[in-house]
Design a protein around this ligand. Sequence first.
Ligand code: IVH
Length: 672
Amino acid sequence: MNHTQAKERVAKLKDLINDYRYHYHVLNESIMSEEAADSLKHELSKLEEQYPDLVTPDSPTQRVAGAVLPGFAQVEHSKRMLSLSDVFSEGEIEAWVKRIDKAAPGRKLEFFTDIKMDGLACALIYRDGLLDRGVTRGDGFVGEDVTANVRTIESVPLSLRKTNKYAEFLQGKTEIRGEIVMYKKDFRRLNLKRKKANQPLFANPRNTAAGTIRQLDPSLVASRPLHFRAYDLLREKESEVSTYSFAYDVLSELGFSTNQAATVLNSVKEIMNFANEWETRRLGLEFNTDGLVVKVNDRELYESLGVAGKAPRGAIAFKYAAEQATTVVKDIFVSIGRTGTATPVAMLEPVVIAGSTVQMATLHNESEVHRKDIRIGDSVIVHKAGDIIPEVVEPLPSLRTGKEKIFKMPINCPDCGSKLIKLKVEDVAWRCPNTSCPSRSWKQIQHFASKEALDIEGLGEKNVILLLESGLIKDAADIYTLKPENLIRLDRFAEISANKLVKAIKEKTHPSLPRFLYGLGIRHIGSQTAIDLSNYFKNIEVIMNASVDELASIEGIGEIVAEAVVEYFSEPKHQKLLSKFKGLGVWPVEDEHVSSKLEGNNFVITGTLEGMSREDAADKVRKLGGRFQSSVAQDTDYLVIGSKPGGNKISKAKTFGTKTLNEEEFLALLDS
Ligand code: IVH
């Protein structure tokens, strides 16, 4: 980017970030996620680094802390309320520990670790055990007196609990610091009510909590459920509180709610284990959190390490990877899936999200592109979470230069040239009707061999395309006819790799029913639906002859899925393929029940398991007589929680009292 282009971009970025800030801080609403705004700020600071003459005093990069709002009395904090420096990796935690080691050589370090709550900081000042004042963080030095409002929060004690154990804290001044949060469920309920009343919706629980606490009418505050969780205790004589673990003990004793998860850890490894464990578990907490707070437990050492900028050297915030970032759409192309669906895909300027580089994101379908008005050349917000396919959330039209191009859906399939069609007028998806379209063939065969289906090692995209192009195979059944001597003639194979592939294929001659069914690539049949169908029918011939009504009567199977199954098996091309499989001796096996120790037990998995795929887990459960379900219901016995769980399975399990297992406990149950 040259200087003129950079100047123009910098001006636009500043306007957009300021607009975001105004909405966020003044109106308590959000025009984009905080992560997306951070991403824009990052781009701005990079440009300013490159062209320092473009830095102006009003740039969002030059901001130091927010000003105190008028309307509340201003109160000076007895001790500055600091922020924390963010770290994102084990390496950064190690570096932090090394710095402390250097400052305090030979000291045995303990780390007090807690969940970082996503709310607003508040200081509660008690005098002789009675609540005197509640003060917001403000700029860290001076906050706002919100006593009347915090008094309405039930978890804020109006007087400290009388305790003999720590009676000294009931005398004189005791300051409790903590976070005011709104629970996720209360936030949802509140927004639902607002929606019904046609009122504008709140952006997120934190904004709502922050906006509420700054209301001048305490009765309105009382009507909104807020919670206070303590994380610090200050006394004039600092030696009265020697460690953070001691402080938490006193806090509970004095009547404050603290996080149960908070604990003392002894090494970076222990911190990482804790971080990994909570990456999943945090989603089941009542409030939002995006990381952990790790502090040196010994308060004297903590204090002696001092402050760097606005953050103490003795503490850090470990942040889980952000799931949104901004980037530019370089182009939009159409990809033909294995069932023929034509999906517009955005080619992006590569950007790192949640630890991996994202270069492409789905735009779902033509109407979605136009509804969101995503143009080629647009700056956009991209979202990626866990294993889901990255998607373009929305464009940032104010960053347009005028050179952006509107996307037009092609008339013909980009791969085979057939005219794209819509099956029904009301369909949003265009499809390539050619069942022999090259894109469909290789994607279908690759799908058949994929991990979730037959799990044949060595049949990735490149090899499948090579086998198709060489004429050795035409469909998935043909792979079973491959011989090492034919493969060796191809570029990508030598004797060992050819033998290995043929062996890997032969091993999968009798796949389990769900894997085979899923591998056929029937529209709308994901791996879980394949399991549901297998649970019910137990036999592929029965599924092949089932009617729409019969299929749709199964729990979890809707009419669209039922129709797709019937449509698939009634197509002559597919019937031929199945006969070919059968002729080659490739047929799914009926479930062999090794034992019936899990008989009558229903299982659901959420998130990713480390040691086995979801399909492996399903196979194992079925072999032991158990059932694998797609969602948590009243009759679910166990919810197995892997990493990055999604949806509402954990909260549903809580509602139904379903037992939850981590991967280790699940394995132990299978092995017992
Ligand atoms: S300890 C130096 N513990 O995070 C301040 N803070 O970025 C360290 N926060 O303003 C305080 N949960 O409002 C601590 N368990 C927790 C926390 C926590 C949320 C907030 C706090 C602070 C901000 C620092």
